[in-house]
Design a protein around this ligand. Structure first.
Ligand code: AP5
Ligand code: MG
Length: 226
């Protein structure tokens, strides 16, 4: 199951990828997460990408492509993976074609109004990376602390309203050619992501099964969307 998730900031790319990763044990590869980890480590790569991320601009193609190429070379990606937030330019899409054959591209379509509210309520566990929301499920059960490890949840630096606005502008300027590229290849699956996770997640799994893309058995069958 080799999937790509595309969508505006707050569309739910990370949320749905995390759910599929936990249920089917396939890696979730988020270029945004990789960059944030490198920034936190203070690595050379982190220093190179920080200014772009802080402004909500796209990181240059050559840097992102190199990172994804390296990651997809790891043995854990052999049975499948979910690419979250890559590709975001036609150059990146063409580079991905040279690396691997993708089964489907899920376009999570969300209105700006819904997504902005989600992002203002997003909270992240700095220890395990789980994503919560103070307005929507999954809400942290206990006072903005992670349900799993009790760590105090944090907000992402680039979820400040002025940076969110710029991320939107960038998304709207760049997403159409990518969507058309994958639609023309017959790989695009569009999902209305304005609805709750409970509605969207089972529908997405069903669609992937029907299309013969989701063929593997769950490694943790009891995992359900919150
Ligand atoms: P990245 O980290 O990918 O950020 P993004 O694209 O802006 O997307 P988000 O992570 O904000 O949204 P999401 O769709 O994952 O939403 P989530 O599931 O968390 O990229 C960050 C930066 O890195 C970029 O700005 C750029 O600088 C750089 N970068 C990364 N990739 C790059 C690339 N390929 N090329 C160039 N630069 C790149 O959900 C949001 C919230 O809503 C959560 O709290 C969640 O709980 C809640 N929620 C989700 N779904 C629902 C639902 N259905 N109902 C109710 N609540 C929901
Ligand atoms: Mg994300």
């Amino acid at each position: 199951m080799k999937l790509v998730f595309i969508g505006a900031p707050g569309a739910g790319k990370g949320t749905y990828a995390q759910y599929l990763r936990e249920k089917y044990c396939i890696p979730h590869i988020s270029t945004g997460d990789i960059f944030r980890e490198e920034i936190a480590k203070g690595s050379e790569l982190g220093r190179r990408v920080k200014e772009y991320i802080d402004r909500g601009e796209l990181v240059p193609d050559d840097i992102v492509i190199e990172v994804v190429k390296k990651r997809l070379n790891q043995p854990d990606t052999r049975n499948g993976f979910i690419l979250d937030g890559f590709p975001r330019t036609l150059n990146q899409a063409r580079a991905l074609d040279e690396i691997v054959v993708i089964d489907a591209v899920i376009y999570l379509n969300v209105s700006e109004e819904v997504a902005v509210k989600r992002l203002s309520g997003r909270r992240i566990c700095p220890v395990c990376g789980r994503v919560y929301n103070i307005y929507y499920e999954p809400k942290p059960r206990n006072d903005e602390k992670c349900d799993y490890d009790g760590a105090q949840l944090i907000m992402r630096e680039d979820d400040r309203p002025e940076i969110v606005r710029n991320r939107y502008r960038v998304f709207h300027e760049t997403f159409k050619p990518i969507i058309d590229y994958y639609r023309n290849k017959g790989l695009l699956i569009e999902v209305d992501s304005n609805r709750s996770i409970r509605e969207v997640m089972p529908e997405l799994e069903e669609l992937l099964k029907k299309k013969g893309i989701l063929r593997i058995k769950p490694c943790k069958p009891d995992i359900k969307p919150d």
